[in-house]
Design a protein around this ligand. Structure first.
Ligand SMILES: Nc1ncnc2c1ncn2[C@@H]1O[C@H](COP(=O)(O)OP(=O)(O)OP(=O)(O)O)[C@@H](O)[C@H]1O
Ligand SMILES: [Mg+2]
Length: 334
């Protein structure tokens, strides 16, 4: 399976009045063709900043300060704006949390869809209208809605229109940043089901961003867990459920009710995410980590890559697999 997206050592900084904030810190991951890759983590951990860097939506004071982003082998970080515009929609689309951020409120749905199509395809307006009708059909919206303005549709319908637009030029990659967070659960489930159906049909790759780990685990093939701008664990969905290795990932899993099985008391993670102007020394998670050792305060953990995925934690690596140790400590804590 060839990689569609490859992000390597990506760093994004914000220049804030209080000093430089490294919001994305040496993040590396790849997404294969047709793969659904998730980024999860608490608010402020850098998920959107990563998505915006990939889709060129970062605006000052944010900037990519180093690293590489390749889409089907093409380096994006230094691509001139005009050339990037060619890739937008046709190779890479982004869907944001609020459909209103994706749609222009003063332009009819039809014109927005058609504009996107005509900007990239040399076809007649008539043909573009037909395609717009077809696209709306894909997301179960009737063609007579083409004449509506975005505010005339419900939130769920608007987000479906956005999905139709994102699909219009059959991109290789669709980035979805909390696409259903603003919607109620029933509408959310309908939209997620639709996205999965369309993904099966058209085989595009998805970078799916959410802070909702159970939702992520339902839909993603692989999951990357971010904390304070760093990717601390990447693993397949099944492995994560069975054997989350990073204490932060374990904490996240324990913050949500289990998907299946007996309900238990939620433990959550104590403390809060660090101020990135003055991040903690060593491992950024150590002030909140129930397993923190003295090395964790002093040294940043190396990334360990093995057949289970990657994990950046001092419990793993030098002295072999710390999973048993973590399990034993976790049982002792209960
Ligand atoms: N305009 C800004 N100026 C300075 N720092 C910023 C700015 N915007 C974001 N940041 C920093 O970037 C970090 C990452 O923000 P980002 O929006 O990527 O997080 P996120 O994981 O998407 O969070 P959420 O779940 O709330 O959407 C924040 O913790 C903050 O420190
Ligand atoms: Mg965000």
């Amino acid at each position: 399976m060839g990689d569609i997206l490859e992000v390597r050592d990506l760093c994004v900084d914000y220049d804030s009045p209080r000093g430089k904030v490294r919001a994305v810190n040496k993040v590396s991951f790849a997404i294969g063709k047709g793969e659904i890759f998730g980024l999860v983590g608490e608010s402020g951990c850098g998920k959107s900043t990563t998505a915006f860097a990939i889709s060129r939506l970062l605006r000052p004071p944010a900037q990519v300060s180093s690293g590489s982003i390749q889409l089907k082998g093409q380096e994006l970080t230094h691509l001139p704006e005009k050339e990037f515009d060619h890739l937008r929609w046709s190779n890479i689309s982004i869907i944001l949390q609020s459909a209103m951020n994706n749609l222009n409120p003063v332009i009819k749905i039809q014109d927005q869809l058609i504009d996107a199509i005509l900007a990239h395809k040399d076809i007649s307006t008539e043909e573009a209208v037909k395609q717009a009708e077809y696209l709306l059909g894909l997301v179960d919206i009737s063609a007579n809605r083409l004449n509506n303005y975005p505010h005339e549709l419900s939130g769920g319908m608007r987000q479906r229109v956005v999905i139709a637009m994102a699909l219009a030029l059959r991109p290789d990659l669709i980035i979805m940043d909390e696409p259903t967070t603003a919607l109620d659960v029933v509408v959310q489930n309908g939209i997620i089901k639709k996205v999965l159906e369309l993904q099966k049909e058209f085989d595009f790759s998805i970078l799916f961003i959410t802070h909702d780990l159970p939702l992520m685990l339902e839909i993603c093939d692989r999951v990357g867990v971010m904390y304070a701008g760093k990717l601390v664990e990447v693993t397949k969905r099944e492995t994560l459920l069975r054997e989350a290795r990073h204490p932060y990932t374990q904490g996240l899993l324990e913050s949500f009710p289990p998907l299946k099985g007996k309900k238990k008391r939620l433990k959550g993670i104590t403390g809060h995410t660090p101020d990135l102007v003055t991040p903690p020394s060593g491992c950024s998670f150590h002030p909140r980590c129930p397993f923190a050792m003295s090395t964790c305060k002093q040294e940043e953990p190396q990334i360990l890559a093995d057949n289970k995925g990657i994990v950046a934690c001092h419990l793993y690596g030098k002295e072999g697999d710390g999973f048993e140790q973590l399990q034993a400590a976790s049982e002792g804590n209960q």
